[in-house]
Design a protein around this ligand. Structure first.
Ligand code: B12
Length: 373
């Protein structure tokens, strides 16, 4: 063990300084072509970066191995592509800092993480046509600065209602019955209305669980458990919905292929159902062509698309384009954390509107259709 650590330190010490990298001459090439190449070759670049890391710092691979780093680079390249597409290098830097924090919370070595960033930059400089791009350089510059900055203190817990706190505590005790009892009692005694449950209590709980996972205080098992219980709470709310009238407006709600987060969109679907819409909820990870096909088949008036990570915006924009062509009657609403932090990110997707919270979505959709009372 001790020897492993020493070898690792030696390997890291042998890392060649980044300055030895020979920069390629700039090649005139549009940024969209460059990101298309990056997207198409991301798997290859991920493998090359993992090889470079293994070569430069064999000990850095540790027990995680080559495959784990390849997966890591694949995910990181998706965040990089999104940052390049939207020309928001600071979002890539935030993603890198997020990864660093998550790894460090699990005993990861910050020096390894920094070496891993060098390896990726080296590979792109060597192999990506037109790598000498100011936005790309800025991404790495900001990411490196984010890595050397001290780890961010835990953000102050957002104000939460007593119900939200009690619900989270029950989840952390893995006590499903108590969690559901808290919610059932609050609904029965009108201490909470469905909109507050959808917009505040359940999102607060999921985010708290996410924050605790991120900081290494809980594992993936606790997160999976919490997500399952939250699904059951949504079921409790759905049981209160009246069946939609036969001629009611129809909405399709989903997140797209590559996005495994389904709670945000499930809350949105629940809000539509409570508002009397004929709601077709497809869950997460739906291929774009399937969304278009079902919107056309059902002649949906509205399609609501959710995205959580930065890299989920590109598929949403592609889906909006495909819907315009294949189901032109459908108005498209977008939402989710992928659109947080910048006022116009959603506009670039080409959608008709953004809704910031689940219960806002049916109102927003009705106003698009001109049916808002
Ligand atoms: C549960 C969870 C998972 C589960 C998802 C299970 C499931 N079936 O949903 C699993 C384990 C699969 C998962 C995977 C990953 N996750 Co995750 N996940 C979470 C967690 C803990 C909760 C997500 C959630 O349910 N949020 C609750 C919803 C209600 O909140 P919301 O998404 O912000 O949505 C709100 C609004 O935006 C709006 N809204 C949402 N969608 C829509 C849609 C429309 C149309 C409208 C109008 C509104 C709307 O309504 C909500 C209420 O206001 C979050 C933590 C967090 N802060 O959210 C991390 C989190 C989102 N995950 C994260 C990451 C990085 C990942 C992974 C990349 C991890 C990995 N290395 O594999 C993968 C990516 C998987 C993929 N391909 O998409 C990070 C994202 C950080 C970042 N910005 O880069 C987070 C923030 C964790 C963290 N603390 O850092 N995750």
């Amino acid at each position: 063990m001790q020897r492993g650590r020493r070898n690792r330190a030696r390997s890291l010490a042998r890392l060649r300084p980044r300055r030895t990298v020979t920069r390629r001459q700039p090649v005139a090439m549009g940024s969209s072509v460059r990101t298309a190449i990056l997207r198409a070759s991301a798997d290859g670049y991920a493998g090359l970066a993992a090889s470079r890391l293994a070569e430069q710092a064999p000990g850095a691979l540790g027990s995680d191995g080559f495959e784990a780093w390849r997966r890591h680079y694949r995910a990181q390249l998706q965040a990089l592509i999104a940052a390049l597409e939207d020309e928001l290098p600071e979002r890539y830097a935030a993603h890198v800092a997020w990864l660093r924090d998550a790894q460090q919370a699990r005993g990861g070595d910050p020096a390894v993480f920094s070496a891993a960033l060098d390896a990726l930059e080296f590979v792109l400089e060597q192999h990506l046509p037109a790598a000498a791009d100011p936005v790309l350089s800025r991404c790495f510059e900001l990411a490196r600065a984010a890595l050397t900055a001290p780890r961010a203190a835990a953000p102050p817990a957002p104000a939460a209602s007593p119900l939200a706190r009690a619900y989270v505590e029950a989840l952390l005790d893995c006590d499903k019955e108590r969690a559901l009892r808290e919610v059932d009692a609050a609904l029965a005694e009108s201490r909470v209305d469905p909109a507050a449950l959808l917009d505040e209590v359940l999102p607060y709980a999921q985010r708290e669980i996410g924050e605790l996972w991120h900081r290494g205080s809980i594992g993936v098992a606790e997160e999976h458990f919490a997500t399952q219980v939250t699904r059951q709470c949504i079921g409790r709310l759905l049981a209160r919905a009246q069946p939609a009238a036969p001629g009611a407006a129809r909405v399709v709600v989903t997140s797209l292929q590559g996005d495994g987060h389904d709670i945000g969109v499930q809350l949105v679907a629940c809000a539509f159902e409570l508002a009397g819409w004929r709601t077709v909820f497809l869950g997460a990870n739906t291929p774009i062509e399937e969304v278009v096909a079902i919107a056309r088949k059902l002649d949906a008036q509205v399609v609501a698309l959710g995205g959580t990570l930065d890299e989920h915006r590109a598929p949403i924009a592609a889906a909006v384009r495909a819907l315009r062509a294949g189901a032109p009657r459908a108005r498209v609403i977008v939402g989710g954390a992928a659109f947080d932090g910048s006022e116009d990110l959603w506009r670039r997707s080409g959608a008709d509107a953004l809704a910031r919270a689940p219960s806002e979505a049916p109102r927003c959709a009705a106003s698009l259709l001109g049916t808002l009372a």
